[in-house]
Design a protein around this ligand. Structure first.
Ligand code: MOS
Length: 708
């Protein structure tokens, strides 16, 4: 057969396409990790500690092993030993909460103490609930305060402290000063699809069918933990019902591999919704102090952003909220600091906009307070403080189109007609207000590999171990590949979520589509060079592989970020304290938008989470037992349909001519600044600042002094 490559009539990138797997998803044909059948499948059920700190004295396995269908009870006495002394692919050490059953110490409530495996999930659950675990209880400390004696600078993914200039001198000399504390609570990411993994050994190879944000990552962690050759580990993750940072390696995959190893049959471990509160990770609460000093015209002389977050005693994850100040605004004196307090709680982890989401609430609220004090419009204040270079890095910005976001956003939102005075607009029982905030999120890239096969029938198959966690990445890559191959998207099949396709970046850090696109475009370019019109394609096709390691290493060091301007209108009922968001607009500058249909959904999804963060989400830990009160989706409030008004998201041109793909991440920037825009609108409606999230009705009433 010869090539009959049909040329594409139009570019696919930039035109809206429904998800290529959309039909499969809505008809139920798409199978998620917990749905895929295996013969001889056994089911594991995790048993979590009921004490917040202590030691396991005894686990009464014997009676449980007599129960119907029970095959095994794994705990620290009989589980395989793991290697935990390594730094993994994402530059992190293994989290002991995930490297299960290696000792008798219990460092937090919900610590995995055993896995009960049985023939059916019901039998496993019944036996797990019957398993008697005896603890020696030790006193625990979960009370998070900014001045906790244990607080110390965080050595996370970024430096704990940055410092330039004489902060005190600049603050003293400032015409206007804002000095306030902002707090955000513990928050949880609960993707619709709970975490689930099935592990099995076949012909000396480990196969894990999983729901994760990156098969390469899970392979590397499991290979390290179990001292396996990575080539003998295969991880598949075809469809993923949400991740938001929570779907890396967690306890359930490790427990499933242990059980499959011991039992010599496939074992599935899925987390329940309540278990996810302990085992899926969460966003740490933050206590942030912001000090701004400005000239009378609003230009910053001093910027000080200090954040304290909470982490586990067994693992240091840092919610680096002060990081956003390092790239957003400059000042003559500039100080940022991330501190952590280690307490007896489960490990926090990445959660959509890690650092930026809570950090922007504090910083963008403080900017609004400064605008008020200076008597300057909040947009004008921000534009007067646009930096020419990275405030901390000193690097040039690749493209920084924040100004365009504000200008176009203000025009569409009707900002020009806004009366700046707070508390003066009434509509029946409602007080009305509008607010704005800026957003940014880094646009990074990491090495990936891809393969493209020219098939004998003229079609193309792309293989890349990307993850589509609901973002539309599979569809985006189909469009990118189609343009790179110069064929219509209908001629391209993109296969993802299989570690056999080679190393690839995870769906995380808003880096997935950008990183994978580089690999797909590189492979397509090489393949087109190989294909001569009229040449014969063998039955197995012609395959070309790419590896972007060198390309990524050669990228110029620059400040490269997505930006956005968030706008919100709220109505506040002063009698009940109820806050309703009436409308929102997000105007973004996020590089080349690959698929406008799914991109809009990404942006509005982040903004909706911003409503949720501003008004609803808050996990409250009971100091006595150490766990969250109401650890389910009834007790943990999230924004639902009734809370979400008309939301508009759009974007301005954001070209980056020096960049090989010009694509920036869009997964996280949508949540950044959204909560601040709402809080600023609540101030505009009522004249009262809310510096503590969420803005609950009781807090609105208390702040207004009308609390009965
Ligand atoms: Mo995202 S919080 O990097 O999955």
């Amino acid at each position: 057969m010869t090539t009959t490559v049909q040329k594409a009539a139009v570019r696919a990138v930039g035109t809206g396409h429904v998800r290529v797997e959309g039909r499969d998803k809505v008809t139920g044909a798409a199978r998620y990790a917990g749905d895929i059948p295996f013969t001889e499948l056994a089911y594991g059920w995790l048993v979590l500690s009921t004490v917040a700190r202590g030691r396991i004295r005894d686990i009464a396995s014997a009676p449980v092993l007599e129960m119907p269908g029970v095959l095994a009870v794994l705990d620290h006495r009989n589980a395989p030993r793991l290697k935990t002394d390594f730094v993994g692919m994402m530059g992190t050490r293994p989290d002991p909460t995930c490297a299960v059953f290696q000792g008798d110490t219990v460092p937090h409530l919900g610590w995995p103490v055993a896995l009960v495996v049985a023939e059916t999930p019901e039998q496993a659950r019944e036996a797990a609930e019957a398993l008697a675990v005896e603890y020696e209880t030790l006193p625990h400390d979960i009370e998070f305060t900014g001045d906790h004696p244990d607080s110390r600078p965080a050595d996370g993914r970024m430096p704990g402290v940055t410092d330039k200039g004489d902060l005190q001198a600049e603050l003293t000399a400032s015409a206007v000063v804002v000095d306030e504390e902002y707090t955000t609570p513990e928050e949880h990411h609960h993707p619709m699809e709970p975490h689930a993994a099935t592990a099995r050994w076949e012909d000396g190879r480990l196969e894990v069918v999983d729901s994760n944000q990156g098969t390469s990552w899970v392979v590397s962690e499991l290979a390290n933990l179990f001292s396996l050759d990575p080539a003998s580990v295969r991880v598949r993750s075809e469809h993923v019902g949400g991740g938001f940072g929570s779907k890396g390696v967690r306890a359930h995959q490790v427990a499933a591999v242990m059980a499959a190893t011991v039992l010599h049959r496939p074992v599935r471990v899925a987390l329940t919704r309540p278990q996810m509160f302990a085992l899926a990770g969460h966003r740490s609460p933050t206590i942030q102090r912001i000090r701004l000093g400005a000239y009378a015209d609003g230009r910053l002389r001093a910027l000080d952003h200090r954040s304290v977050s909470r982490t586990a005693t067994v693992y240091e994850f840092v919610e680096a909220s002060a990081g956003v100040a390092r790239v957003m605004y400059d000042a003559d004196a500039h100080h940022t600091e991330n501190r952590v307090v280690r307490l007896d709680v489960p490990s926090p982890t990445f959660m959509r906009g890690p650092g930026e989401a809570p950090g922007s609430f504090a910083l963008e609220s403080a900017l609004d307070e400064l605008a008020e004090k200076c008597g300057i419009d909040p947009i004008e204040l921000r534009l007067r403080n646009e930096p020419g270079r990275g405030p901390v890095s000193g690097l040039p910005f690749a493209s920084r189109n924040l100004r365009a976001c504000f200008e176009e956003g203000a025009r569409r939102f009707g900002w020009a007609e806004r009366d700046p005075r707070p508390g003066v607009r009434r509509e029946g029982r409602w007080l009305l207000g509008t607010g704005t905030a800026a957003a940014s999120f880094p646009a990074g890239a990491a090495p990936s590999t891809a393969a493209i096969t020219a098939e004998p029938d003229g079609r193309f198959t792309v293989r890349i171990s990307a993850a589509d966690i609901g973002t539309g990445a599979r569809t985006a890559l189909t469009l990118v590949a189609a343009d790179a191959l110069d064929v219509p998207p209908e001629q391209v099949t993109v296969l993802i979520g299989d570690s056999e396709f080679g190393f690839a970046m995870i769906a995380g850090g808003s880096m997935g589509t950008r990183s994978w696109s580089m690999a797909v475009i590189a492979a397509a370019r090489d393949l087109r060079e190989r294909l001569v019109p009229g040449m014969a394609i063998p039955p197995e096709g012609i395959t070309v592989r790419s590896d972007t390691t060198a390309q990524i290493a050669a990228l110029a060091r620059m400040e490269r970020h997505s930006y956005g301007a968030q706008f919100a209108e709220v109505a506040v009922d002063p009698a009940t304290g109820e806050v309703r968001v009436r409308r929102m607009l997000g105007m973004f500058a996020a590089g080349r938008i690959v698929n406008p249909l799914t991109a809009r959904s990404q942006f509005t999804g982040g903004m909706i989470w911003g409503i949720s963060m501003a008004l609803h989400e808050e996990a409250v830990r009971d100091p006595a037992f150490g766990g969250p009160v109401g650890a389910d989706l009834a007790g943990y409030h999230v924004a639902t349909h009734a809370d979400v008004p008309r939301i508009e998201a759009d974007w301005v041109d954001d070209t980056d001519p020096d960049d090989p793909v010009g694509i920036k991440g869009i997964g996280e920037v949508g949540i950044v600044g959204a909560a601040a825009a709402i809080a600023n609108a609540v101030w505009h409606a009522t004249g009262i600042r809310h510096r503590r999230l969420p803005i609950r009705p009781d807090r609105v009433l208390t702040a207004a002094g009308t609390d009965a």
